[in-house]
Structures are given as C-alpha cells and as structure tokens.
Design a protein around this ligand. Structure first.
Ligand SMILES: Cc1ncc(COP(=O)(O)O)c(C=O)c1O
Length: 438
C-alpha cells in the first residue's frame, strides 16, 4: 500500500477576505457594550419609544386568524412562483391596481426571499437574459451597501469571478444641501449611461441618506430613462413606512408604469409589516404594454412576454431555492385581503412613521437648543428610517467611544433607535464631537 500524502494546506486556504457587514457588526459591538446608557442607531429596524421590537398589532391579529384556521395544507410547498393571491395583492399595492385593471398583464411577479432576494433575483435575471446585454449598472452613491454585493455577484459564470455587468455610481447625495443631487445625477447619466444600462433607484426613503427626488425630478428621471433606453430598477423597501401613506410612497413607480417603461421592482415587507426575519418579498418585472392585436377569438393577443419572463424567473428560483418561504407571505396576504385588517395596518404604519417624524423633530430641536455648530435642517427634510446626520468618520468613532452611541461610519443613523429617554443624550454626544473632533 502506498502512503497517503498529507495535504499541504486546507482546500479553503485561498478564500478571499470578506469584510464584516457593517450594520450587523455595529449591532454586535452594541450588544457587547455593557454601558447602561448605550444607544443603538446602527441597525435599520423599528423600535418602540421604550426601545423594544414591535410586532405590529395587525400582524398579531393575522397570526391568530391563521392559527385558528388550522389549515392542513399550511406547511405544504408553495408553487415555484409563490403564493399567487399574495403576489396579486403585493402588485396591487405597488401599482395601485383595482379589480378591473388589465394593466396587470404587463407584470410578471414572483415571490422572493424578502427585498434582498428580489434585488438578487432581478440582478441575476437582467444580467443573464437582457439583449443587447447591459454594459453597466448605475448605483447611487451612497446606497444600501448590499446593492454593491448583489451586483458583484450577479451573472458571474463558474469560470470567472468578474461580474458581467460593470458597476458604476452616480452622485446621489449633495452634502451641502443634505438633499438629492439632481443636477449631477442627470449630468452623469445623460452623458455616460449607455442603452440598456440599468439604473438602481430607491422608490422612497433613500437608504442611507433619507433624501428623495421631488415629483418633478422623478418625472425627468423617467423621461431620461425613456430617451436613453435605460432600465430602471426600483428598490421598494419602505412603502408606507416612509410617509405613512402607501400611495405617496409608491408614486414614482406608478409614474414610471404610466410612462410605459419596462422595469423591475424589488418589494420588501420587512419594514412596513415588521416581518424582518420572515423574509417576505416579491420581484415585479414590468414589460411593455401589450400591442392591441385582436386574435380570432376576439381577445387582445398576449405578446407572451410576461409569461416568458415569469418562466425564466421561475427557472432561476428553482435552481436556487425552489420557492420562497410561505409563513410571512401568508400573514401579509391575510392582512391585505381583509378590509378591516388592512385599515388596521394603515393605522400601525401611521403610528410607526409618525413616531419617527417626531424623533426627527426632537433631535433637531435638541441640537438647536444646544447651539450645536452647523445647519441641522436636513434632519427634518430627510424622510424614512435613516438620516445622514453629517458626522465625519472620526466623529462617529468618538461618539461611540465617549458616549456609547452606535451608528454607521458614514454617519447614517436609524432614527427609530431614538426615543424620549435617549434623544437628549444623543444630541449632547453629537454636540460634543462636532465641537471637539474634525
Ligand atoms: C434600500 C433597501 N433595500 C432592500 C432592503 C432589504 O431588506 P430585506 O431583505 O430585509 O427585505 C433594505 C433593508 O434594509 C433596504 O434598506
């Protein structure tokens, strides 16, 4: 018998070094901190005025209803596409369809593993199947950090780790105004974006800045996409959570739909239903309006596009995880299909968004009261869970060290981590580091 040689090193010794994901590592550092007055403004989750997680009241009602139904099929497989009633309600919520609309035919919807999964599936779909192949994906600078990871992974073949579509950024944020940098965005995209390039857009409550385009700016972005044949890709993670009004938060998407564009929407129910760990979401791919060809049966001829899109999406999902999980989608379906529960959901949404608005005002007023150097009005103008508060990396490190206030390196804070008991302490921390650290 010949001797068996010991392998020199592990099979896994060549793996790349992956930096820790920032919001989760900031959260872990916060958990380890034993200071009694520590404050967590890092992670993007809703917290009550006592600083606790909040299962929405309407979600608890829906859970009870589902439990009491004792449906024997409740743990069965879904279809690859997902729960079709849920998908119809999810699309209606995004596009504001009613029961009479024919526009639904323009949309292929598939259930996903929450908003992240919808972004990922959409990226994979566009990078593999669009012709001519997009050269670039345009991501806002800054953005939800996972957009970069998702697009780095998209469409990479087994023989290459290079993404097939180049990632480029457009200058989203104007640090002078604390708002959306409309002029520079338009300039960049109109001069450099190529036909079929993909443009990532946050439908509302831009993460991390909280700065959104105005209605007129959205109209011009839609026009630009039309003229230059760009493919918009909406990330919709905060519908209803941003303003308390699902129609207001869905306005941009509905406008792009009416404009006849083809595009994607990655929809998440994490924040607006508080179903973070349940992973509920959908990807909607919007195709062109069907041509009004009349068939021999007298019906509009379906161009087949949405069916082909759906079949391709199902193929990708089948090879990845077969189908999305059903539990959380069942809760959303139960709420959205019942008028009473739906009304209750709207009330819960308003409660969350108005608490956040109140905390924006409280932080602003504390900073003004302290006379903290700088203009803090952007805190009031920005919307949604996050604000780019305007601290440097050194100031962020100092506020953590001295005051046990945790936020992302960029100075992004989650407003929902603020409450009546800690907002003064946070403002004093900001005041201290702004005065003493550059
Ligand atoms: C802009 C944006 N997109 C997508 C997501 C994905 O959320 P989830 O996968 O939890 O639905 C988030 C969550 O923070 C987000 O902020």
């Amino acid at each position: 018998m010949g001797s068996i040689e010991e392998p020199q090193s592990s099979l896994f010794s060549n793996l790349p070094t992956i930096p820790p994901d920032e919001p989760f590592s900031v959260n872990a550092a916060y958990q380890e901190d034993t200071h009694p007055k520590k404050v967590n403004l890092g992670i993007g989750v809703y917290r009550t005025s006592e600083g606790n997680p909040w299962p929405l009241r309407v979600v608890e009602d829906a859970e009870k209803t589902i439990y009491e139904m004792k449906d024997h099929g409740r743990h069965e497989y879904l279809s690859i596409q997902g729960d079709q009633v849920f998908l119809r309600l999810a699309a209606d919520l995004v596009f504001n369809f009613d029961s009479t609309t024919k526009d639904r035919e323009r949309i292929a919807s598939i259930q996903t593993v929450s908003g992240t999964g919808a972004n990922r599936l959409g990226a994979e779909f566009l990078s593999r199947y669009i012709h001519p192949r997009p050269q670039n994906v345009w991501i806002p600078d800054p953005t939800w950090a996972n957009h970069h990871t998702i697009w780095q992974l998209a469409g990479t073949s087994s023989s290459s780790s290079t993404p097939s579509i180049k990632i480029k950024t457009y200058p989203y944020y104007d640090s002078n105004t604390g708002g959306f940098n409309y002029n520079q965005t338009m300039k960049k995209l109109s001069s450099e974006a190529k036909e079929n390039d993909i443009i990532i857009l946050h439908a509302c409550a831009h993460n991390p800045t909280g700065a959104d385009p105005s209605i007129e700016q959205w109209e011009n972005i839609a026009q630009l996409c039309k003229e230059r044949h760009l493919i918009p890709f909406f990330d919709l993670a905060y519908q209803g959570f941003a303003s308390g009004d699902v129609d207001k938060d869905g306005w941009a998407i509905r406008h792009f739909f009416q404009a006849g564009l083809e595009f994607c929407v990655a929809q998440s129910f994490s924040k607006n239903f508080g179903l973070y760990g349940q992973r509920v979401g959908a990807l909607h791919v919007v195709t062109k309006a069907p041509s009004a060809t009349i068939t021999s049966t007298g019906h509009d001829k379906d161009p087949g596009t949405t069916e082909d899109v759906l079949a391709t999406l199902c193929h990708l999902v089948r090879g990845e995880y077969s189908m999305a999980p059903r539990g959380g989608a069942e809760i959303v379906r139960t709420v959205l299909s019942n008028d009473g529960l739906r009304q209750k959901w709207v009330e819960d949404l308003r409660m969350m968004s108005s608490r956040i608005l109140g905390m924006r005002r409280a932080l602003f007023e504390e900073l003004v009261r302290l006379g903290t150097p700088g203009d803090w009005t952007h805190i009031l103008r920005q919307i949604g869970m996050f604000t780019y508060v305007g601290l440097s990396e050194n100031q962020v490190a100092a506020i953590r060290e001295r005051h046990h206030v945790y936020m992302l390196r960029s100075g992004r804070i989650s407003i929902s981590g603020l409450n009546e008991s800690n907002v003064r302490r946070v403002a004093m921390g900001i005041d201290d580091v702004v005065r003493t650290v550059s």
